[in-house]
Design a protein around this ligand. Structure first.
Ligand SMILES: [Zn+2]
Length: 149
């Protein structure tokens, strides 16, 4: 794993964990305005997921690091993202661009976290698509909730 410097989201939660992993996947952006991105090609995506909370579970975890990785890695690694149900070739809001893949990772992680009674929250997904390009996705509700005081 390459060492990377991540932007730090502000929050007032007591616990913050970060999980790094990478996955290899193919995609294309199905719009004529995206130039060469219209052709199928692949990336090794580097992901950093930030999860926060106030209380731990019965095993002393905020969440199990491995389960967070498995949730995303098992779904997308060595796949074609355009073929995943999360994405489409019709609606621009679900094209597998870096921004939308980052948002989708957030949605999948938060949906998983919603199953826990101790309320862990995903507050940032950092997704590097190439050595020179990355996206940070932060859900809006968390910005208001814990940084205003
Ligand atoms: Zn690409």
């Amino acid at each position: 794993m390459i060492q990377q410097i991540y932007p730090v989201p502000h929050h007032n939660y007591s616990y913050e964990i970060n999980k790094d992993f990478h996955f290899a996947a193919a995609h294309y952006i199905p719009h004529q305005d995206t130039g060469r991105c219209q052709s199928m090609h692949g990336h090794t995506y580097f992901t950093n997921i930030t999860i926060v909370g106030e209380t731990l579970n019965h095993t002393g975890f905020l969440v199990d690091f491995k389960e967070i990785k498995d949730l995303i890695h098992k779904r997308f690694d060595h796949g074609v993202m355009n073929e995943d149900i999360a994405f489409s070739n019709v609606c621009p809001n679900t094209f597998p661009t870096t921004e939308i893949v980052a948002r989708t990772i957030y949605e999948l992680v938060q949906e998983y976290l919603d199953g826990f009674s101790h309320s862990p929250r995903c507050i940032q997904v950092y997704l590097r698509e190439t050595p020179s390009s990355y996206c940070v996705y932060r859900p809006k509700e968390n910005i208001d909730e814990n940084t205003s005081n």
